[in-house]
Design a protein around this ligand. Structure first.
Ligand code: MBD
Ligand code: FE
Length: 255
């Protein structure tokens, strides 16, 4: 492992040193950067910073040529052990949950279109104001987080509300860096999922709402055309369909 550490860390440091030379970085800028590292740590924003500005490159490198459905970044707001939902498969929400109600349906298959029964979909999303339960004030613990399984035909369905777009905290160090560079702090409205089934590569992905702002300048660079969904009016609410095709597991399970 030390060859690997030597190789990767040397390469990253060399590129930082090159950037310092090419941009004639000053002592004042170096000291400001050092204080910013401290601030990111004190604010607990390293996971946010990493997932917003770095994870997309790792995801593309790891999965850019995967078979089946497209994945994208996990992000910092997944929580394990969301409840497994029973019919009528509604993500837990407040009685007066704001936002347009939508029914989501689809199939989970292998890459040859064979249905995968009992596949698991672990789903989490922000509320209509862009807040994630467990991380931000507003929504109660567990809000808009749940898991559903596919039936014998590989079909799933659940009901939720359309999430709002999300902005990284503007008053924290990640937001201050983003503003200093004059970049947009917004992510377009999205629903996170991890789709998994025994023997298949888990698919970490997001579905993006086609009517959302910021689809073309996601601060986290995670939008893929194939992941944009088009909710339509249907019996008093909205509805959309998305089918997931899972690639075979990369590492075979040990018997
Ligand atoms: C999010 O909601 C998100 O999904 C990612 C990847 C980063 C920051 C906020
Ligand atoms: Fe998110």
């Amino acid at each position: 492992m030390s060859d690997r550490a030597n190789q990767v860390i040397s390469d990253i440091l060399r590129r930082i040193h090159e950037a310092i030379v090419e941009n004639d970085v000053t002592y004042e800028e170096y000291q400001a950067a050092k204080q910013w590292f401290i601030d990111v740590g004190e604010a607990g924003e390293w996971p946010l910073f990493g997932d917003v500005y770095i994870e997309h490159a790792v995801e593309e490198q790891a999965f850019g040529n995967r078979a089946g459905s497209q994945g994208t970044i996990l992000g910092p707001f997944h929580l394990p052990d969301a409840p497994l939902l029973d019919a009528p498969f509604e993500l837990p929400h407040r009685p007066d949950e704001p936002g347009d109600r939508t029914r989501v349906t689809g199939r989970v298959t292998d890459v040859d279109d064979n249905p995968l029964p009992n596949a698991n979909l672990d789903i989490w999303q922000a509320d209509a104001s862009g807040a994630y339960s467990g991380f931000m004030p507003g929504p109660p613990d567990g809000n808009l987080r749940g898991q559903v399984r596919t039936d014998a035909d590989g079909r799933y369905e659940y009901v939720t509300v359309i999430p709002g777009p999300y902005t990284i905290p503007l008053d924290g160090p990640t937001g201050r860096m983003t503003a200093a560079a004059d970049w947009s702090p917004w992510r377009p409205a999205h629903i996170h999922l991890i789709v998994s089934a025994e023997g298949y590569e888990p698919l970490v992905t997001q579905l993006f709402i086609d009517t959302s702002d910021h689809l073309d300048n996601d601060v986290a660079s995670a939008v893929k055309e194939e992941l944009i969904v088009h909710p339509e009016r249907a019996d008093g609410g909205l509805a959309f369909t998305y089918d997931f095709a899972l690639a075979p597991a990369r590492t075979p399970a040990v018997a």
